[in-house]
Design a protein around this ligand. Sequence first.
Ligand SMILES: NC(=O)C1=CN([C@@H]2O[C@H](COP(=O)(O)OP(=O)(O)OC[C@H]3O[C@@H](n4cnc5c(N)ncnc54)[C@H](OP(=O)(O)O)[C@@H]3O)[C@@H](O)[C@H]2O)C=CC1
Ligand SMILES: Cc1cn([C@H]2C[C@H](O)[C@@H](COP(=O)(O)OP(=O)(O)O[C@H]3O[C@@H](C)C(=O)[C@@H](O)[C@H]3O)O2)c(=O)[nH]c1=O
Ligand SMILES: [Mg+2]
Length: 299
Amino acid sequence: MKILLLGKDGQVGWELQRALAPLGEVIALGRAGAGELCGDLTQLDALAATVRRVRPQVIVNAAAYTAVDRAEQEPERAQRINADAPGVLARQAAALGAWLVHYSTDYVFDGSGERPWREHDETGPLSVYGRTKLDGEVQIRAAGGRHLILRTSWVYGARGGNFAKTMVKLACEREQLRVVADQIGAPTGADLIADVTAHAVRQAMRQPELAGTYHLAAAGQTSWHGYACHVLRQAQALGQPLKVTAEQVEAIATTAWPTPARRPLNSRLDTTRLRHAFHLHLPAWQAGVDRMLQECLAH
Ligand SMILES: NC(=O)C1=CN([C@@H]2O[C@H](COP(=O)(O)OP(=O)(O)OC[C@H]3O[C@@H](n4cnc5c(N)ncnc54)[C@H](OP(=O)(O)O)[C@@H]3O)[C@@H](O)[C@H]2O)C=CC1
Ligand SMILES: Cc1cn([C@H]2C[C@H](O)[C@@H](COP(=O)(O)OP(=O)(O)O[C@H]3O[C@@H](C)C(=O)[C@@H](O)[C@H]3O)O2)c(=O)[nH]c1=O
Ligand SMILES: [Mg+2]
């Protein structure tokens, strides 16, 4: 089996290089591409030509414009990368009879209510990032090919920048940390996402009726404040020289932390559909966070 992986250098893309390897030949492209193959999602014609040249059975797209606040100033670029490029990939995949695996986000929802979002709940993105990710989903479905859209949340990985690493860095540098406590979700590891992807691809190729949209997040829930406190407790145990300890992190409301992009308060994702369809157990969010910190901070 031939798999075309896009976005190989991102948090999820990096883990996918490892997780997809046992499934077949993985042609992994970053933004720079390789030889005649284009991996740049802003180059729509060259991207389409790349798919036609490789003729994969599966395309996995882990590339995205993920700078949520910056996207408010660059809506056209975010639209091209997060929506138009996935549309191109989906139409090329459909023409080849190939699968497309793509990732989306909790930020397609408006964050209202208390209950975890289900796949068919009404969307209502609050930001340019969320709107462009939602349009990517729409374009993929419209192409009519076989696809898996995996919506995930609060991604972290050993490789790449993420909130957990930012908290450790800031707690070592600053005298004070304030973190929003009213946005609720589940931190999800890039390694878990990659492993579930590989498992789902294997199963979906035998059971094409499994095509569709699924919520994929670690079990449990917390706030960004709860997440930060957990990270700092672990970091301290691993010997990091913190100036701000977990107990000293100030819990604040979203209204006290103004940002260019609005973010959902309720980012919980209901993963029942994924767990049942693919017979999966999803671990508690803390397990993967602890493993990542151990990998990054232990010496
Ligand atoms: N990060 C998160 O918290 C969440 C992510 N997701 C989704 O999961 C998926 C994977 O995200 P994650 O791995 O965390 O994101 P990262 O930001 O770690 O990785 C995205 C990758 O895409 C690359 N990229 C950006 N622009 C282009 C381009 N024009 N052409 C080619 N590559 C490009 C980035 O390169 P560079 O670094 O050089 O810009 C980066 O390597 C995405 O679809 C994202 O929307 C969903 C929920 C939460
Ligand atoms: C650095 C910092 C952030 N915050 C807040 C801002 C924000 O509400 C929250 C998290 O900050 P971030 O910048 O990591 O958030 P953000 O980049 O919006 O994270 C999102 O990224 C995209 C790609 C997704 O798809 C989402 O699932 C989600 O992971 O914490 C504080 O309250 N205090 C701080 O010191
Ligand atoms: Mg971010």
